[in-house]
Design a protein around this ligand. Sequence first.
Ligand SMILES: [Zn+2]
Length: 142
Amino acid sequence: MRIDTKFDLGAVVHLIRQGRREEWVVCVFCNGEGMIAGANGDYGNCPKCYGRKGHTEYHETKWFIEERLTLGQVSVTIQTRNTDGEPSIYTNYGKRAGSRTENYMAYETGIGSGSIYYAPDLFATTEDAEAECERRNEASDE
Ligand SMILES: [Zn+2]
């Protein structure tokens, strides 16, 4: 079996990432007080926000080029469609992969231990990375 990968080790690539905006949402049950008065006048933690007075909501925003990375590790996992050891029913066409994942690690963020990047989020050129950001942003506007 021969496995081809999107990039070679040592390749310098562009990582694209989706932005995230945080929004603080005040608890409406206690009106942001964090405490609720009981029938006897004593106060206890609000049962909805547990005294935290609200919660943070995360909203996904635009895709953008985050940084350039130098690849130092590649992991490819290819799994057959069937997991019981039996060959696929499509044996006339060879074994069919049920799933394929390709991940990379980079010198800038750690090899062996550190951040893991997915092949579909990495691009060889700035132009390709920008084009994919535009495509994903347009898709999410719909
Ligand atoms: Zn509350």
